[in-house]
Design a protein around this ligand. Structure first.
Ligand code: T5A
Length: 208
């Protein structure tokens, strides 16, 4: 019953809004879920998240950003994700390594081979059983996210950055269709949830 499921997408596409929905669906079908997020999920990871998203280091180098994402991930894997999976629980994670390929690879244009080496080092063979990418045009995500608080250090990037992030996500879904899928997040919340439900069935996470 233990599955590792991650939810991805550019800012404001609706990850937070849909995580609870996915958790409910999984729990109705008997999964014992752990809901967590990246960067974060542990005390140290949440501290790193604060540093990564705050405006105190606007000029942080892209390599530093990449290494901090993986430092937080190493801690998250060892303290939360791996113990939960070992314990038979399903881990539902708001962003994971696909975000690194999208933001640091696509957005910051870092060499994806570096990301891939870190992924292999930190995760070994572990990859999510299913990654759902909520896909919507940048202007839709920005309009939805803009209704909330002040933008953080990454949210304040320009549209071309988020366009590259979006394209990198689409490329990942095309490259690994056996474990990564796209959902059209530009539709109403009810329509997005219908698609998510269908994907969970299609990828054998839920029964039809
Ligand atoms: N990051 C992370 C990296 O650069 N590399 C990495 O390796 C990792 C792991 C983390 C940041 O870190 C970066 C990426 C991020 O910049 P985050 O906490 O994941 O940040 O935060 P955001 O992506 O900023 O998440 P948001 O909370 O901004 O967006 P969500 O969760 O996608 O959107 P949500 O659910 O809050 O929805 C936004 C608004 O839209 C409405 C909601 O009600 C809400 O008001 N909404 C809809 N409205 C209409 N129709 C729909 N279908 C809607 N769905 C939601």
């Amino acid at each position: 019953m233990n599955k590792f499921i991650t939810l991805e997408g550019i800012e404001g596409v609706g990850k937070t809004s849909n995580l609870r929905y996915i958790k409910e669906l999984l729990e109705e079908s008997g999964h014992n879920c752990v809901l967590t997020r990246e960067p974060g999920g542990t005390n140290l990871g949440e501290s790193l998240r604060g540093l990564l998203l705050s405006h105190s280091d606007e000029n942080m180098s892209a390599d530093t950003e990449l290494l901090m994402m993986f430092a937080a991930r190493a801690e998250h894997l060892s303290k939360i994700i791996l113990p939960a999976l070992k314990n038979g629980q399903t881990v539902l994670c708001d962003r994971f390594t696909e975000a690194t390929y999208a933001y640091q690879g696509g957005g910051r244009q870092l060499d994806v081979d570096k990301i891939s080496e870190l992924e292999d080092w930190v995760q070994g063979d572990l990859r999510p059983d299913l990654t759902v990418i909520l896909d919507a045009p940048v202007e839709i995500g920005r309009a939805r996210a803009g209704k909330r608080s002040e933008p953080d250090r990454i949210e304040k990037e320009q549209d071309d950055f988020f366009q590259r992030v979006r394209e990198a996500y689409i490329e990942l879904a095309n490259r690994y269709p056996q474990r990564i899928c796209l959902v059209d997040a530009s539709l109403t919340l009810a329509e997005v949830q219908q698609q998510i439900h269908a994907k969970l069935v299609e990828y054998d996470i839920l029964n039809a």
